[in-house]
Design a protein around this ligand. Structure first.
Ligand code: PMP
Length: 385
């Protein structure tokens, strides 16, 4: 039983079929001038148009296919910083961003940009007045995530974006890796200038994502070479991966509203279970947060011990996000919203998807309390003996 869908999801079988079919039948170089190349190019552009249409972004945005959200985040933030350097060197982000955003900001700071890192409230969200106070005439980029990958906090990117647009000349970049296909997000009349996502978070393929950018936004090329992807990302385009991404997105969006409703009830059941376990605290808030991500601190037991005890019962959860798990046992996200090291060192994440079955939630909820209590008991007995 898999409860780590925020780390990744399995590819949908229809998506795999598309990938295979396109690789078999449309493998020609889409930049070649012969008929086979033109057929491949037609498919590539069809996938691009489909992605834009699914976001309501047909006329106002372009779509660059990338190797995933890490690449899209790097491309967007470094690209805007470089391209518009003469407009100002002040950048804003938040304390709970993914490492592929925060790491870029830290690097840019060393390179001479001035960076403001906004704190978040107890729910894990950026408060509009905090952002308002940070905006300056020389702010040229604000980068905020839509949904947090560790606690599920949802930023109101529409309202925050409008504020940015009325009060500064800054571009607005949104990392939507945890929301696309799960939480409602449209780019029709949106204040978002650049949007990042990864296909493997919604049953697409790993190593595949996109950066959507408003027509007016220019970026320096990520790779120099043959000038593919409108010059932004040279290299022979991967038509099959692009077609698979468009397919995964369409399937995810078709089932989104139904999955959302179902997963909301799962989150409620899990929250009720934790409320019956002493020494556990919710990180973030139940309201205005993604039902797909649930995070609790469990006092007195190491999170890896809980992870492995559940694993023994064939249930996979996670501690800090997979991207940070190798580096530190403390969650910088939980620390940012609680200011409490103990809570940040004892957090576990349960993440769900449209594939989660009610029986799995029942099994998990029946297991959590006895598992945690038995681990605490073992620790107490171990200490005495
Ligand atoms: N941003 C967020 C919010 C994420 O959750 C992730 C994946 N954990 C990424 C960016 C990076 O995505 P990828 O590993 O697919 O590049």
């Amino acid at each position: 039983m898999y409860f780590d869908y925020a780390a990744t999801t399995p590819p949908n079988s229809e998506v795999l079929k598309t990938f295979e079919k396109v690789n078999r039948e449309f493998w020609a170089n889409p930049h070649a001038l012969h008929r086979a190349g033109v057929r491949a190019e037609t498919l590539l552009e069809q996938a691009r148009r489909q992605v834009l249409t699914l976001f309501g972004a047909e006329s106002a945005y372009r779509c660059i296919f990338t190797g995933g959200a890490t690449e899209s985040n790097n491309m967007a933030i470094k690209g805007v910083a470089r391209q518009y350097e003469s407009r100002g060197k002040h950048l804003i982000t938040s304390a709970v961003e993914h490492p592929s955003v925060l790491g870029v900001f830290q690097w840019l700071e060393k390179e001479g940009w001035e960076v403001t890192i906004l704190p978040v409230n107890a729910a894990g969200c950026v408060e509009p007045h905090i952002l308002q106070d940070a905006l300056r005439p020389d702010t040229m980029l604000v980068s905020l995530m839509h949904v947090n990958n560790e606690i599920g906090a949802i930023n109101n990117v529409e309202a925050l974006g409008r504020m940015i647009k009325t009060q500064s000349p800054a571009f607005f970049h949104v990392d939507a890796a945890q929301s696309v296909g799960k939480i409602d997000l449209s780019l029709a009349n949106s204040p978002i200038d650049l949007l990042t996502f990864s296909a493997h978070k919604f049953c697409g393929l790993k190593g595949s994502g996109a950066l959507l950018l408003k027509n007016k936004v220019q970026l320096p090329p990520l790779f120099h070479g043959g000038g593919q992807e409108s010059g932004y990302r040279s290299g022979t385009a991967d038509v099959a991966t692009a077609a698979a991404l468009a397919k995964a997105l369409r399937i995810a969006l078709e089932g989104r509203a139904t999955a959302y409703q179902r997963v909301c009830s799962y989150k409620q059941t899990i929250a009720e279970t934790f409320s019956g376990i002493d020494g556990t605290e919710l990180n973030g808030a139940l309201e205005n947060s993604s039902p797909f991500v649930i995070n609790y601190s469990v006092r007195g037991v190491r999170p890896e011990t809980i992870l492995h005890a559940l694993e023994e019962q064939d249930m996979y959860i996670s501690t800090v996000s997979a991207c940070s798990a190798a580096k530190t046992p403390e969650s910088s996200v939980v620390l940012a919203l609680t200011g409490n090291h103990e809570r940040a060192q004892t957090s576990i994440r349960i993440s769900l998807s449209s594939l989660t079955a009610p029986e799995e939630i029942d099994a998990l909820c029946a297991t959590l309390k006895p598992t945690i209590e038995s681990l605490r008991f073992k620790k107490k007995v171990g200490r005495k003996s």
